[in-house]
Every structure is written in C-alpha cells, then in structure tokens.
Design a protein around this ligand. Structure first.
Ligand SMILES: Nc1ncnc2c1ncn2[C@@H]1O[C@H](COP(=O)(O)OP(=O)(O)OP(=O)(O)O)[C@@H](O)[C@H]1O
Ligand SMILES: [Mg+2]
Length: 346
C-alpha cells in the first residue's frame, strides 16, 4: 500500500513543471500539471526584481532572485522539478532559410554549413536549433527557421534556475511564446492581427502570418519609461510616480498619464507600421494586448485610437479556479504548451 502511495506521489511530481519568464521588473513564474493532454496552471506569482538585477534580459544578481524562486517552488523532498524558460528574442538571431533536401537527416548535414553564412557570430558562441516550416517556395526543398541563441545568455538563465533548485528542460524564446498564443488563443475567436506585449523596459510586437512563423520586433520602451516620464512631469520621485501610475487616474496624474499613454501608443504604432506592407488590411486590426503595463487603464484606449484597432487585454492563462493570472503572464502562458514532462519521459 505504502509503495503504491509513493509511486503515485512520484508520478504526480513528475507530472508537474514550472514555466518562468525573467523580466527586468518581475519574474513571472507558474506551476503546471498535465490535464488530459493540456497544461493546467496550478498557481502563479510575479516575484519582484530589484532594480538592476536583470538588465537587457541578462541576470546580473542571481542570488536574491534564486532565493525568491526557490521559496515559490518550495519542494520539500529535494526533488528538482523541470522548468521551461524564455530567453529574450532580442538576444537571439532568427532567420528563415530555404534549404535543399527533403529529409531531416539531409538537413542535419547542411544546417551548420548554412548557419556559417546566415549567423553573423562565431558558431562556437551560439546554440543552433531549427524548425521545419514546410516546403520551400520553389518547391524543391524545405523552408526552415534557423535559431541561434548566444550560449552566454542561455547559460546565464540556466544558472539562475539551477541555483533556484529547478531542472531546466527547455529554453524557449519569448517571441515564440507570444507567437504560439496568437495561434492558440485567438482574440474574440479569431487570430489577432498583432499581439503587443508591453513590459517594463521592452515592448514586443508579434504579427502572425498564416503558415509561417510571423514577424516579431522589440521596442526599447515600456511601463518603466512611462513611470520616469510621469515622475518628471509631476516633479515627484520615481517610486511615488510608480504608485500614482498603479493607482489609476488621480486628479494630478490623469491628464499627464493619458498623454504619456498616447505617446507610448504612437511609438508602438510606428513599430507596427514597419510590418504594414506585409499586412493586407481589409478590416480594423484586432490587437491582443498583454504585459504588466496592459492593465494601465489608458493604454488600451490609446492604442485603439493610434492603431485604428479593437484592443483586447489578454493574459492567455486562467488559474485553476478560473481566475485569470493577469496579462503580465502572457509569455509564461505561451510557454505552457512546451510540456517538459513529455521530453523527460522519453
Ligand atoms: N497596476 C498596474 N498599473 C499600471 N502599470 C502596472 C501595474 N502593475 C504593473 N505595472 C507595470 O508593468 C510593468 C511590468 O510589467 P512586466 O512584468 O510585464 O515587465 P517585465 O517583464 O519585468 O519587464 P521587461 O520584460 O520589459 O524587462 C512595470 O512597468 C509596472 O509599472
Ligand atoms: Mg517581460
């Protein structure tokens, strides 16, 4: 009997995993379990990141962050649960290649050779991966997405997760996680024309394309810029401006906040317009808006005006009780499809 109980415990344990998105202002982490083929989120938390501990997607002070993750993970039996992590797409080279050869074996042979041309880095410094998109446009080979991630960036994240007591199983790219959400969780029942994720220091725009990986770009703006601009306009310290921003529209903050949302929306609009020739628009855009800054009441309306769009705030993820985990968790939600248990069980 006791043996059966311990077997069931082990099975239950192996069916749980974590997904982590390390941001400059908060680490978004969630625990998942398998439920009939899909991933069900058990719990989620946004762990605060002290200023400077994460810069440009690189973890600079891992001690304090590892402790916070370890406390959340809280395994009492010394087990190292598997984890899926996202590294920032801005540190990753992603290229679409048309390659000869129809089989995976043939591709394995040519991919490294092709990468020497396609990747402007010493191949010794990057981890190469590829994904077959389908037949090439000429029909004689395959269209392949080549991904080259700097080893230092991967190792930096792996080291944080290992020292937090987790077993890194898959390192994904935040761009891909958002791209997956566009396919899996359409806004209003339809695929959104763009997914816009506004964090603290960066904004990621993903434009899905049928039968392709879509287009993704990052802008170096986000909620932190808005806080700093608000502090300047109201002549208050940064932390006070952050509180005012999060408190919604106080009489003093309302007008400047609205105009700062308008400038942020205009900036994002310029980023999105880079894709305009690719986007044959016949109807207003449907924008899915996520990221910690998506809850800013003025941002959705500002984007709707600037982009001529219907804007819907999306988290991509509901907690077990049905409550949404919040739009800051969109990257984590996009990672949920990468179930590491399937990998470790093989
Ligand atoms: N209630 C709120 N109202 C307005 N803004 C908020 C609120 N809660 C969080 N934010 C803002 O969301 C931002 C953090 O979002 P998020 O967690 O997505 O960023 P991050 O992933 O840490 O940053 P990045 O990916 O850009 O490095 C901060 O700028 C914060 O001020
Ligand atoms: Mg982020």
């Amino acid at each position: 009997m006791r043996r059966i109980a311990s077997f069931l415990r082990a099975l239950r344990r192996s069916r749980r995993w974590f997904a982590v998105d390390v941001g400059s202002s908060a680490i978004k982490i969630a625990e998942f379990t398998d439920s009939g083929g899909g991933a069900k989120v058990l719990r989620a938390a946004a762990l605060p990141v002290p200023p400077g501990a994460v810069e440009n997607g690189v973890v600079r002070e891992s001690g304090v962050l590892a402790r916070a993750i370890r406390t959340f993970v809280a395994t009492d039996d010394g087990a190292r649960p598997p984890v899926v992590a996202a590294i920032p797409g801005r540190g990753v080279i992603i290229k679409r290649l048309e390659l000869p050869g129809q089989t995976r074996e043939a591709l394995d042979d040519v991919i490294e050779f092709e990468a020497m041309d396609a990747v402007p880095e010493d191949l010794g410094n990057v981890n190469l991966d590829y994904h077959v998109l389908g037949p090439s446009e000429t029909g004689s080979g395959l269209a392949v997405l080549l991904v080259a991630a700097r080893k230092t960036v991967i190792e930096n994240h792996v080291q944080l997760l290992e020292s937090a007591g987790l077993a890194p199983a898959i390192v994904d790219v935040d761009h891909f996680a958002l791209g997956r959400l566009c396919q899996e969780l359409p806004a209003g029942g339809e695929t959104p024309s763009a997914w816009i994720h506004v964090g603290a220091r960066a904004t990621t725009i993903h434009v899905p394309v049928p039968d392709g990986p879509g287009y993704t770009t990052d802008l170096p703006v986000g909620g932190e810029q808005l806080t700093e601009d608000l502090a300047e306009r109201l002549s208050v310290p940064r932390d006070e401006a952050e509180t005012i921003k999060r408190g919604g529209t106080t009489a003093a903050a309302g007008q400047p906040l609205d105009s700062l949302c308008d400038s942020l929306a205009a900036h994002i609009g310029r980023g999105l317009n880079l894709f305009e020739p690719l986007d044959h628009r016949t109807a207003p855009r449907r924008i899915a808006l996520s990221g910690g800054s998506a809850v800013l009441p003025g941002l959705g309306p500002s984007l709707a005006r600037a982009l001529d769009a219907e804007v819907r705030v999306c988290s991509g993820m509901a907690l077990t009780g049905g409550e949404p985990a919040g739009p800051a968790f969109a990257v984590v939600a996009g990672l949920a499809a990468r179930n590491p248990v399937e990998w470790t069980d093989r």
